[in-house]
Design a protein around this ligand. Sequence first.
Ligand code: KG4
Ligand code: ZN
Length: 322
Amino acid sequence: MLTLAFETSCDETAAAVVDSQFNVLSNVVSSQIDIHKLFGGVVPEIASRNHLLRIECVLEEALRLANVQIGDISQIAATVQPGLTGAVMVGRVFAESLSTAIGVPFIGVNHLNGHLASINLTHKNIQPPFLSLVVSGGHTSLYRVTEKGGWQTELLMSTTDDACGEAFDKVGKFLGLPYPGGPHIAKLAASCKVSPEGYFKFASKMDYSKPVFSYSGLKTAVLNHVNRTKQKNETLDLSLIAASFQFEAVHQLVEKCTSALKKYKSDTLCVCGGVSANEHLRTTMQTACEKSGARVFFPELQFCGDNAAMIAAAALLMKEKT
Ligand code: KG4
Ligand code: ZN
């Protein structure tokens, strides 16, 4: 049984073919970053138009790479929420029309369930209960996952203001880096020669005992530092700022997740979403979890950012449940 899935909730036009054992036969992502970076962020109307222009090519490429015909497909899935309304609509209407045309069921998938299900593409045998963090440009939410299939989840913690990836992108903008800032900040931070003791203390007022995530204070502290340095006509140490910001952004995720593992008596954490591609997050979370006797799982890098294979995985899990 083959699932064809589409993801168009933001600025990636994606299609994938996944079999019932969660083997990914193709995973095609056509990114619009080069277009949106001219505007410093995603322009919703431009995103929708480009999804329209690209979706047929992406479908053809996904079928070609999987070496299958459209008639081999047993079900079609697409993201139906949340996301940019017009952008979501393009993928959803295209997928639903195609499912009607070839006479197979359509499965609407919540984008967050897609990120949560991405872990099953890499770690096929992982079994709930476990905690799962979705850390992306739109979300920073910790869930308790209690049931495979239906993805029975309980939201334990969420952000009160900015999402973690959003803070990476905004700080990237303050530093004059291209959109999206996340990967550029990670690269700059990796080139920093200063050890953590010498980092700027951007989050000295952060209260780690609160059961919420918060990134607006950290983001503002970086902005204030940048403005003050410019006013004094001093040079910005970009790699030190990037490393200091990344250190605090990741420290918050690690502190809150390890406390939650203790509080909810869990020994397993999954971390997914675009920011889970961050190398510093992966190594720091791994070390902290090992120290507290827990295991941590990440998706393969190709399944961290928005992609359609994760939407197919979520559809398969929903199907298993019914
Ligand atoms: O999951 P995703 O592709 O889209 C949303 O659902 O939001 O996540 C995109 C976010 C962006 O904010 C991007 O800057 C961030 O993930 N990101 C990273 C890295 N790669 C992508 N942030 C930090 N380090 C990275 N290596
Ligand atoms: Zn996403």
